[in-house]
Design a protein around this ligand. Structure first.
Ligand SMILES: [Zn+2]
Ligand SMILES: [Zn+2]
Length: 116
């Protein structure tokens, strides 16, 4: 049985079966009935962000998943003070349909605005 590091908490410690989640309190191995505390699993979520998508699908936990892609300067006129330079970064929204949203921060006044 081989699976990537960081995902093993979704599998039974004893037999390696993917855990089911019959309640909000614990995950349970459907094969050998070993229980694993979900609070324990949730704690690991933070450090294993790469598997957040898998965890959410598996446990039905609603995560806010946003990734800062880049931060650089661009010629963009601030809505507030009219300054012509802002830093920006993009966030990939949860659904692929929603696409990316670009966030701008004015380098003069710090005003934040966004553009889809
Ligand atoms: Zn098991
Ligand atoms: Zn400004």
């Amino acid at each position: 049985m081989s699976y990537s590091r960081g995902r093993d908490f979704l599998f039974c410690n004893l037999c390696g079966t993917m855990l089911a989640v019959p309640s909000t309190e614990y995950a349970q191995c459907p094969l050998c009935k070993t229980k694993q505390n979900i609070k324990h699993i949730k704690g690991k979520e933070i450090s294993y962000t790469i598997s957040a998508e898998d965890i959410r699908r598996e446990l039905g936990i609603d995560l806010i998943e946003e990734q800062k892609v880049q931060l650089s300067k661009v010629n963009k006129t601030c809505e507030k003070c009219g300054h012509g330079e802002a830093t920006f970064y993009t966030r990939q929204m949860r659904s692929a349909d929603e696409g990316q949203t670009t966030f701008y921060t004015c380098t003069r006044c710090g005003h934040q605005f966004q553009e889809n």
